[in-house]
Every structure is written in structure tokens, then in C-alpha cells.
Ligand binder design. Sequence first.
Ligand code: FES
Length: 105
Amino acid sequence: MRVLDHPILGRLEARRKVTITVDGQPVEAFEGEPILAALLAKGIRVNRITKKRHEPRGLFCGIGRCTDCVMVVNGVPNVRTCVTPVAEGMTVETQQGLGKWGKAK
Ligand code: FES
């Protein structure tokens, strides 16, 4: 769900639609919006699984301070998705524990 017409901020500006891949599935997003916004619009609320208790984590602060929203983006772990803008062709994966470094794209 997206807020298309906010009582204070006004109507959502028209932006270019792009496709990103989230855990192997294509997800439509608006270029430049935070990755987390695109995920929430799609109904995806879990961004990572904690290392010790294997519990799900997702949006908490929304301003880049808590790290609950970190995911693996283009092979790079620990990317704060609430403050990282969407770009065409981006790959995003749910992070397990502390994450592992893969090939960056
Ligand atoms: S939700 Fe807290 S850093 Fe992203």
C-alpha cells in the first residue's frame, strides 16, 4: 500500500517505474524512493533475520539509525534500506545474521 495523496505532503509525484529483484522475485518500484518504501508497498516487512535468536526484523526508525532494515543489496550486506534509493536492476536479499560478502555489482 502506498499513500498517494497525503493531507499535508500532497499528491505523490510521478516517478519513473523500475523493476528490482527481491529474494529472486521482481518487484516494481519508483526510481529514487527508499528500497524499504518499495518493499512495504509490496507487503514485504521482514528485512533481516537476527544472528542469535533467528528473529525477523524490519522497519523501526526509518531514518538510518537503528540498522533493523539492513539487507544484502547488489551483494553487499548491511545496507540500510530505509535510506538507500532504488535503482533499476538492483538485487535485494533478506539478510541472514550478519550477512556474507558476495560479488558486488
Ligand atoms: S529502519 Fe532504522 S536504519 Fe532503517
